[in-house]
Design a protein around this ligand. Structure first.
Ligand code: MN3
Length: 217
């Protein structure tokens, strides 16, 4: 299996090229578009406060460093584990830019191609959802859950701590994300409090499978 590169695996195939100074990506729907599953207040704070802060702090963190002028894929792939400000804010910027597109008020379904891969890896779409949900429940503290593909296009579920990305060189399991879920309390606590399982259940109602399908293709 060759080294994964976001340039080769089209991770950003559906996203505009993100180069500094980084700007927040446009939210593809209104704050209240995902109600009642994700509430408007949470979306507004999440997007306009948390995401904007990651974006601004990433620009600050790379200012005057070797990362200045590099695109986000380069930064994510090259940053070192102890470069905390770039790691946290670069990951935060990338993960959220990706996450907004993983959600949609429009109903969609896994493509036949993706469904075949899900069946091969997990047995069925329902089994996949159960395994993904279990992974989300097991995230200790803040982090993310991912459906991803490896260098052989095989699907797997994994989680990352804090704002880490599967594309970071020190990730436990590297791969190309197809679908991500923010498991930070700021993503659900206003509406769901400590009931993370209810947040996950709601999430399945707003998954943008069209985006996931394109990420696999
Ligand atoms: Mn978040």
């Amino acid at each position: 299996m060759g080294a994964l590169s976001s340039r080769k695996i089209k991770l950003f195939g559906n996203m505009p090229q993100m180069i500094p100074p980084f700007q927040p990506e446009k939210l593809p729907y209104a704050y209240d578009a995902l109600e009642p599953f994700i509430d408007a207040k949470t979306m507004e704070l999440h997007y306009s406060k948390h995401y904007f802060a990651y974006t601004e702090n990433l620009n600050k963190a790379i200012s005057g460093t070797a990362y200045e002028g590099k695109d986000i894929a380069y930064i994510i792939e090259h940053l070192k584990a102890d470069e905390h400000a770039v790691r946290n804010n670069g990951g935060g910027y990338l993960n959220h830019s990706f996450f907004w597109q993983c959600l949609s008020p429009s109903k969609s379904v896994p493509s036949n191609v993706l469904k075949q891969q899900i069946n091969a890896a997990f047995g069925s779409v329902d089994n996949f959802k159960a395994a993904f949900s279990e992974a989300v429940l097991k995230v200790f503290g803040s982090g993310w859950a991912w459906l991803a593909k490896d260098g052989n296009n095989k699907l797997f579920i994994t989680t990352t701590p804090n704002q880490d990305s599967l594309l970071m060189s020190f990730a436990d399991k590297k791969g190309a994300p197809l679908l991500g879920l923010d498991v930070w309390e700021h993503a659900y606590y206003l509406k769901y409090n400590n009931l993370r399982a209810d947040y996950i259940k709601a999430f399945w109602n707003v998954v943008n499978w069209d985006f996931v399908n394109k990420n696999y293709a």
